[in-house]
Write a protein that binds this ligand. Structure first.
Ligand code: EPU
Length: 438
C-alpha cells in the first residue's frame, strides 16, 4: 500500500491547477447509460473512482475509453448494448456512488439490479430516498441477497411514469439519480427539496445537451418533461470545487502565495467567506483565486483567526471541506468550533490530528479546536478521502517528516495530489509498498 512522506515547513508558492470535478464526472458517466449513442466527456479527472466507474460500466456491456493525457482528458462512453444491467457488489462496495446507475439503468432498460451499498467510514449513507422516489414513478423494487432489483411498471411499455416527488431530506446523488430516471419517463416529473450543488447543475447541463427537457436545476425545484429518447453529446466537466478549496487552505496554512488556477470561484462562496473571516487574503479572478497568508507565523492583522463553521447543503459550507478547514483551525489564533451536520461520523481525522499535537475535543456533532498548536510529524492513517486531505495539510506544517498510510483514499478523488503540491514547493513524495505484494 502506498504511503506519502511529507516534510513540513515549506510555504506553497506558484500556480496550481484544478482538475475536473470527480463528483460531477461520476453522475455524468452514469448518464451515458441513457443513450445508445456516444457521450464524450472532457476534463474527466484521473482518479481511482473514475476507473471504478469505468469498470462498472464496462461490466454491463458499455465501451469506455478513458482518454487521460489526450486533449482535455477526453473520455468516450458508448452504451450501445447493455447486456448485463447489474451493478455488482464487488464494485459497489468500493464506491457507493455506483448506486447512481440505478435510475438511468431502469429508465433505459426497464430493469436494474444494484447491490445495496453497506455503511461507510463517514456514516450509514442509505439510499432509501432513491428507492422511494423510483417507487413513486411506478418502479417495482424488491430486495434479495443484498441486491435491489428495480423494474419499470408493466403497463407503461417499460417506462417509468412522471411523478411529484418531494425528497424528505436533501440528497445529492439521490437528486441526480432521480433526475436521470425522469428524463426518459412518461410525462412530467416535479422534484422538490432537491440538492442545489453545482454537480447537479453540471449533470443537468449534460442531460440537456443529450436532448432532455429540464428546468430549474441548481434550485430546489426541478421540473423534467420526459422524452422518448436521448442522443449523444459532448460535454466539459466543471472544475472540482473541493480540490480548489483544498488548495486554498494549503496556501493559507503554509503561509504561502499560491494561485489556484482553472477553478470556478462562484462555486466557492461559503468557503471564501470563511477564509476571509479567518484573515486569509484572497484575490478572486474569473477562473482563479490567489491566496496569501502568513500561516501560523502571522501576528496582529496578518494572524490566522479562529472562525466557526457548520456544514450545510450547498450553498452552505460543504461537508467535503470540513476536515481541511479543521486542519487550518489548528493553526489559527483562538478557539474555533466545527459542526458537522450532514454525516454522523465525519470526524475520523480528529484523532490523527490530535496525534500530531492538535488540541481538539469532540462533543456530539461539534469539534472544538484550540488553535496555534505547534504540530509535530507522526505516522498517521488515512481513513476517507477528505480526512486524508486534512492530514496532508497538517503534515505540510508539522515539524519533521510525517508518514501517511493508506493514501489510496486520496487517490480516489485527488488527481496526482503529490505531484501538484510538489510543483508549488511542498516536500512530499509517494512511497510504494517496500515489500511488494505476495
Ligand atoms: N441520505 C439518506 N437517504 C438517502 C440518501 C441520503 O438518509 O437515500 C442521507 C445521508 O445519509 C446523509 C445525507 O442524506 O446524511 C446527505 O447525503 P447525500 O445523499 O447528499 O450524499 P451522497 O450523495 O451520497 C455526495 C458526495 C459526497 C458528499 C455528499 C454531501 C458524490 C459522489 N458524493 O454524497 O462526496 O460528501 O454528497 O455533499 O457526489 C466526497 O467527495 O468525499 C464525498 C463523500
Amino acid at each position: 500500500m502506498d504511503k506519502f512522506v511529507i516534510r513540513g515547513g515549506n510555504p506553497l508558492l506558484g500556480t496550481i491547477k484544478v482538475s475536473g470535478a470527480k463528483n460531477s464526472a461520476l453522475p455524468c458517466m452514469a448518464a451515458a447509460i441513457l443513450t445508445a449513442d456516444e457521450v464524450v466527456l472532457e476534463n474527466i479527472p484521473q482518479v481511482r473512482d473514475i476507473e471504478t466507474e469505468r469498470n462498472l460500466l464496462t461490466s454491463m456491456g458499455a465501451e469506455v475509453e478513458l482518454g487521460y493525457g489526450r486533449a482535455q482528458h477526453r473520455t468516450s462512453i458508448q452504451c450501445a448494448v447493455l447486456s448485463d444491467p447489474v451493478a455488482k457488489y464487488e464494485i459497489v462496495k468500493t464506491m457507493r456512488a455506483s448506486s447512481l446507475v440505478l435510475g438511468p439503468l431502469i429508465a433505459r432498460t426497464g430493469i436494474a439490479r444494484v447491490a445495496m451499498p453497506g455503511g461507510c467510514a463517514i456514516g450509514g449513507r442509505p439510499i432509501d430516498l432513491h428507492i422511494k422516489a423510483l417507487e413513486q414513478m411506478g418502479a417495482v423494487i424488491t430486495q434479495e441477497h443484498g441486491y435491489l432489483e428495480a423494474r419499470a411498471p408493466r403497463d407503461g411499455a417499460g417506462r417509468l411514469k412522471g411523478a411529484h416527488i418531494v425528497f424528505d431530506k436533501i440528497t445529492v446523488t439521490g437528486t441526480e439519480d432521480i433526475l436521470m430516471a425522469a428524463t426518459l419517463a412518461e410525462g412530467e416529473t416535479l422534484l422538490e427539496n432537491c440538492a442545489r450543488e453545482p454537480e447537479v447543475t453540471d449533470l443537468a447541463a449534460l442531460l440537456i445537451a443529450m436532448g432532455a427537457r429540464i428546468e430549474g436545476a441548481g434550485t430546489s425545484t426541478i421540473r423534467v418533461h420526459g422524452v422518448e429518447k436521448l442522443h449523444g453529446a459532448r460535454y466539459r466537466i466543471n472544475p472540482d470545487r473541493i480540490e480548489a478549496g483544498t488548495f486554498l487552505i494549503a496556501g493559507a496554512i503554509t503561509g504561502g502565495d499560491l494561485m489556484v488556477d482553472c477553478c470556478d470561484p462562484s462555486h466557492l462562496g461559503s468557503l471564501i467567506a470563511k477564509l476571509e473571516q479567518a484573515g486569509v487574503r484572497l484575490d478572486i479572478g474569473e477562473d482563479s483565486i490567489r491566496v496569501r497568508s502568513e500561516g501560523a507565523g502571522g501576528s496582529g492583522s496578518t494572524a490566522l483567526k479562529a472562525v466557526d463553521i457548520s456544514t450545510e447543503e450547498y450553498p452552505g459550507f460543504p461537508t467535503d471541506m470540513q476536515a481541511q478547514f479543521m486542519a487550518l483551525a489548528t493553526q489559527s489564533e483562538g478557539t474555533s468550533t466545527v459542526t458537522e451536520n450532514i454525516f454522523e461520523n465525519r470526524f475520523m481525522h480528529v484523532n490523527e490530528l490530535i496525534r500530531m499535537g492538535a488540541n481538539i475535543t469532540v462533543s456530539g456533532r461539534t469539534a472544538t479546536v484550540r488553535g496555534r498548536s505547534p504540530l509535530q510529524s507522526a505516522a498517521v492513517m488515512c481513513s476517507d478521502l477528505r480526512a486524508s486531505a486534512a492530514l496532508v495539510l497538517a503534515a505540510m506544517v508539522a515539524d519533521g517528516e510525517s508518514i501517511l498510510d493508506r493514501v489510496y483514499h486520496i487517490d480516489r478523488g485527488y488527481e496526482r495530489l503529490e505531484e501538484k503540491l510538489r510543483g508549488v514547493g511542498a516536500q512530499i513524495r509517494r512511497m510504494g509498498d517496500v515489500f511488494g505484494k505476495r
